[in-house]
Structures are given as structure tokens and as C-alpha cells.
Design a protein around this ligand. Structure first.
Ligand code: FES
Ligand code: FES
Length: 156
């Protein structure tokens, strides 16, 4: 069957197999910025935004989100024009091996859209489903708070 998505603002149409998950469809079509790891919905590395909200793409049936707007990490900022979250993650040392980073930043992006001034607890709750083996989470929390400040000042 065919599915149609808007991915990072571009209209796309893909042939999918019955039961295929969104993560596999995205990677098969070159969206390698979406990482796969546990395939069980527990690590959060495969997170994408679907109509603005974060979901684990390894547990989302590709057919179920036919017609949706999908945002990957490349949809929020580029190397030349990074999003404040991307700048803040670098500045605060919240990117180490980087494997968890796309998913973590997309979750943070959705959080800051709905709550521009999150507390540490708000951030911890939101990051609950995004595992990181490197940072110990402190730098990520600092980065998200810095990005919130940058966004409020209109910086970035
Ligand atoms: S690969 Fe999807 S949550 Fe781990
Ligand atoms: S930076 Fe390595 S897993 Fe998070």
C-alpha cells in the first residue's frame, strides 16, 4: 500500500508493507537521522514528531499515520542554521556520542512549544522515555533550560 506524509515540510509518498513500522519506512527511504535501537518503545532514540507531538517511530505503524506531518531532527535546524536547542546542547556538552541526541532534542522541542518555561521536574518527566548512556542527564537539563532562555529572548 501507499502512504503519504509531509516530512520536514516536503510531501512524500512511499510504498509500505503491511505491519511495517514508521522507523523502518523512514530509514529505508534515507532518513538516517532517525536512529533505531531497542525497537520496543523504551529507549526513545527513534523519536520523531508526528503532527507536532513526539512518538517513538519503532512502535508506530506506518499506515496509521498516513497523511501526517512528520518532523525529524533535520526539520528543526541545520548545520548552517541550528535551532537554539541544537546550539544549547553543544554549548552545555549535552552531546557526547550523540546517539540519543536527535530523539532527546525533539522531545525537548515539543516540551518548549507547550511549556516555554519548564522546571527541572518538567524536563525530567519529559525526558523519562529518552535514555542516554553518556551525559548523566545533567547537561541535557542545563541545555534545555538554556534553550528556553534563548527562545524567550528571540535568540536563534
Ligand atoms: S528504537 Fe524506538 S524506542 Fe528504542
Ligand atoms: S550522548 Fe551518548 S547516549 Fe546520549
Amino acid at each position: 500500500m501507499k502512504v503519504r506524509y509531509s516530512i520536514n515540510g516536503k510531501k512524500k509518498e512511499f510504498e509500505i508493507e503491511a505491519g511495517e513500522v514508521l522507523l523502518d519506512v523512514l530509514r529505508r527511504n534515507g532518513y538516517f537521522e532517525v536512529k533505531g535501537n531497542c525497537y520496543m518503545g523504551t529507549c526513545g532514540t527513534c523519536t520523531v514528531l508526528i503532527d507536532g507531538l513526539p512518538y517513538t517511530s519503532c512502535t508506530m505503524l506506518a499506515a496509521k499515520v498516513d497523511g501526517s506531518e512528520i518532523t525529524t531532527i533535520k526539520g528543526i535546524g541545520t548545520l548552517q542554521n541550528p535551532h537554539p536547542l541544537q546550539k544549547a546542547f553543544v554549548e552545555k556538552g549535552a552531546v557526547q556520542c550523540g546517539f540519543c541526541t536527535p530523539g532527546t532534542i525533539l522531545v525537548a522541542y515539543a516540551l518548549l512549544k507547550s511549556n516555554p518555561d519548564p522546571t527541572d521536574d518538567d524536563i525530567k518527566k519529559m525526558l523519562d522515555g529518552n535514555l542516554c548512556r553518556c551525559t548523566g542527564y545533567v547537561q541535557q537539563i542545563e541545555a534545555i533550560k538554556l534553550a528556553a532562555k534563548m527562545l524567550k529572548k528571540g535568540d536563534g
